[in-house]
Design a protein around this ligand. Sequence first.
Ligand SMILES: Nc1nc2c(ncn2[C@@H]2O[C@H](COP(=O)(O)OP(=O)(O)OP(=O)(O)O)[C@@H](O)[C@H]2O)c(=O)[nH]1
Ligand SMILES: [Zn+2]
Length: 184
Amino acid sequence: MVDRTKVEEGVRLILEGIGENPQREGLVGTPDRIARMYEEIFAGLEMDAKEPLSKTFSTDNSEMVIEKDIPFYSTCEHHFMPFYGKAHVAYIPDGRVVGISKLARTVEVYARRPQIQEQLTEQICDALMENLHPKGAIVMIEAEHMCMTMRGIKKPGSKTVTFAMGGQFKEDEKLQNRFFQMVR
Ligand SMILES: Nc1nc2c(ncn2[C@@H]2O[C@H](COP(=O)(O)OP(=O)(O)OP(=O)(O)O)[C@@H](O)[C@H]2O)c(=O)[nH]1
Ligand SMILES: [Zn+2]
């Protein structure tokens, strides 16, 4: 639960810290706006991926299911700047599948938290493995980090690509390649 009062106090301090006047007309509502925005973009801190992944359907199909190009926005925990891009998620069912929207919902649960991209990737993959008990799961995320583009090294257009895999994907390079071909 976001403590709005604390966030508002903090934002006022930051405004003072950068030499601004938190009482001037344009800024007076900013602490409240940022507190409400944090409730939205950090909502994942209170969500559990168990929920979207709890309702499954039985199936005989044991072919890979891929949900690709899932857009997401997250927040880099080092600089508190956005990183955003696309997540590609796949799993090989072992008798049960989940509604496809739930894969994108799982991405949202973890994207809406401050963190690093590697952790986001790993957490989505772990959630699939733990809740769906598939034969395998794999996640690839391509993202642009504003802390790399707007400040610091300033390399707009550069992409960070991360992977996580579990089950059969770990041992089977052919399976990995099928996934990589499909998401290319
Ligand atoms: N591995 C990883 N690093 C990240 C991620 N987001 C930001 N970073 C990096 O975190 C690092 C923090 O480095 P520091 O040296 O502590 O901070 P800094 O002085 O602001 O670093 P610069 O960005 O190089 O100016 C930077 O290299 C960022 O590019 C991420 O999702 N994963
Ligand atoms: Zn950063």
